[in-house]
Design a protein around this ligand. Structure first.
Ligand SMILES: [Zn+2]
Length: 76
């Protein structure tokens, strides 16, 4: 059985993109962070996390205080 050429090519591109993203994220100092809701796997559930504005990496877990601030901001 041979792998579909197109799949092969796409996986290759995906690997390249992922390693490039990893490199950018390693070099980033995540200076600008925002609390954001990130989809958790499939479905409508979300996680609330600190996300770097520049490289979109998840950089931490917000405290309850941060989450409240974030939710209050969204209401206005
Ligand atoms: Zn970053």
């Amino acid at each position: 059985m041979t792998t579909n050429r197109k799949v092969d090519k796409l996986l290759n591109q995906k690997n390249k993109i992922e390693s490039e993203l990893r490199k950018i994220r390693e070099e980033c100092n995540h200076a600008q962070r925002t609390v954001k809701q990130i989809p958790r796997g499939e479905g409508r559930q979300t996680d609330t996390r600190w996300v770097c504005d520049e490289c979109t990496k998840i950089v931490g877990y917000p405290s309850q205080f941060d989450i409240d601030k974030f939710l209050n901001k969204r209401k206005k």
